[in-house]
Design a protein around this ligand. Sequence first.
Ligand code: DAH
Length: 337
Amino acid sequence: MKEKLQALCTEIETAMAEVATSRGLYELKVKFQSELKGVMSGMRDLPKEERPAFGKIVNEYKQDLEEKFETRAAAVKEMEMQAKYAAERIDITMPGKAYKAGALHPITLVKNQLIDIFAGMGFKVFEGPEIETDYYNFTALNTPKDHPARDMQDTFYLAENLLLRTQTSAGQIRVMEKEAPPIKILSPGRVFRSDDDATHSPMFHQMEGLVVDKGITLCDLQGMLAEFAKKMFTSSTKVRLRPSYFPFTEPSVEVDLSCSECGGKGCRLCKGTGWIEVLGAGMVNRRVLENCGVDPDEYTGFAFGMGIERIAMLKYGVNNIKTLFENDTRFLEQFEE
Ligand code: DAH
């Protein structure tokens, strides 16, 4: 019987060394316990006086083997954990995934730059509504219903007196109605006209400026524009004013900048003239001041309005306005900083 017990223990011990999983070890332990029961049931055949001594031996073997099971279980568990760690290992030295950050659209870049330049001269930003009344967009700007100047801007009407603003000039009226001079505002925003070709889009952006105070003259306008041209383009950019007509200014001027491409010598961009037209401006018409309750004998002012797309096209050498609205990332990526 003792031999049988020894053989069983040796067999289990050998098998134990080969089992490499917790599950396998558990199954082996169950097998050992049931076989040990078999051995113990053989005790019945021993003479009564030998039974206690044999029982003691069985217990010793059992205890010894259980300890070995425990040791082996700890080793197997450790092996299993190591394998799990190896499988789940994250290589923190691997380079990270690069996520593409968005960038500002060239229109936004130019708008921000314009705001920066004029804010430096003391202008505050005012944003008016895109849906305007006929009064703010035209009538108060000295352009009543039958005025021929209305033909200069092909308007989208929403109702008889409601329209998509054709110019940010509407903001001038809103500001002057609310605030008393001195006024120095900048009004950026979207405007809409039924116009569509390589240099015109039905929706585009303008930047309006308005200065009203005592003693403002055309020289102030010219000086401020000269400063703007240098900051927006190059330090050698020159400004030229040509007589023009807008109902809301008197006198009115068309403002040209010396061509940034050829420096004024004449090239394809400036059509050989050396100058490029960039914006409209003038001294605020006294009728406009009166419409807003500002006394034109006490105050004078100047105003200007420019197309942001036009500035962006000149600055970045874009020749079709549609390129700015197609959102082709190959084009837009060039403006990432
Ligand atoms: N609103 C004019 C346009 O859209 C541009 C303009 C011209 C604005 C003269 C002005 C100005 O403020 O004084 O064509």
